[in-house]
Design a protein around this ligand. Structure first.
Ligand SMILES: Nc1ncnc2c1ncn2[C@@H]1O[C@H](COP(=O)(O)OP(=O)(O)O)[C@@H](O)[C@H]1O
Ligand SMILES: [Mg+2]
Length: 227
């Protein structure tokens, strides 16, 4: 059965500028349930990253409330939000996802160790997940020795290893060529699970249309469209 993962209630976000304030989000109401694969589109500067940061509890709305699994975070401490993020939310960025001084295997292992696993068990689980994204032959390569697509596959493996309820991706295929972008995207489709929601921002209309439905931001408002 699907569960509510995210709810935004009357969210507004304003950035205060030297000359002029920028209102990026205006009174947004939104729900995303487990099992859903959702794309987020909108012109550059429309607020996609801002929205993802609010949902990830990395930033605070100017007004309104963010709920994650039905809990409000308006009054939570940074420590409480950290814990929820560590266990329940993973984010994938366009670039610089990986720690360059560590191997692919270590990059994927570390989040589990932070969550209390011992290295041995964590490493075993990390190898399994890396083989799922076809990187068994790259375990001991440093991220600088991997192609852009391989790096993003490691980032996807790392996002998955903690079995989060929510995966957020901010233009994860933005720096990749078309074929590689499609490969990363098919991974998302494969990761679709009844226990998890995936929300990804993209400029690519073709990839946006492969979601269960699309959210589009324009002038601070969000509309939902069938993909
Ligand atoms: N920390 C900030 N301070 C001031 N303005 C910001 C800040 N972050 C984003 N903005 C502004 O908010 C708007 C939306 O930005 P962003 O969410 O990054 O858009 P997108 O990801 O869709 O390209 C832009 O006009 C941007 O300049
Ligand atoms: Mg952005």
């Amino acid at each position: 059965m699907s569960k509510e993962i995210i709810k935004l209630a009357k969210i507004s976000k304003k950035f205060v500028g030297a000359n002029k304030d920028i209102i990026v989000l205006k009174n947004i109401n939104l729900k995303i349930n487990s099992g859903e694969l959702v794309s987020l589109t909108g012109p550059s500067g429309s607020g996609k990253s801002t929205l993802l940061h609010l949902i990830a509890l990395l930033d605070q709305p100017t007004s309104g409330e963010v709920f994650f699994k039905k809990k409000s975070f308006s009054k939570s401490t940074e420590g409480e939000k950290d814990l929820v993020r560590r266990q329940g939310i993973s984010i994938i960025y366009q670039q610089n996802n990986l720690l360059s001084d560590f191997t692919a295997l270590e990059n994927v292992t570390i989040p589990l160790v932070i969550n209390g696993y011992n290295w041995k068990d964590a490493t075993k689980k990390a190898s399994k997940i890396l083989s799922l994204v076809n990187l068994s032959k790259r375990l001991n390569h440093f991220s600088t020795e991997l192609s852009g697509g391989e790096q993003q596959r490691v980032a996807v493996a790392r996002a998955l290893i903690t079995e989060p309820d929510l995966i957020l991706a901010d233009e994860p295929t933005g720096s990749l060529d078309r074929k590689t972008a499609n490969e990363i995207f098919s991974l998302f489709s494969k990761l679709k699970s009844k226990n998890r929601a995936i929300l990804y921002a993209t400029h690519n209309r073709e990839l946006a249309n492969k979601a269960d439905y699309k959210l589009n931001i324009l002038d601070g408002n969000i509309t939902r469209k069938n993909a």
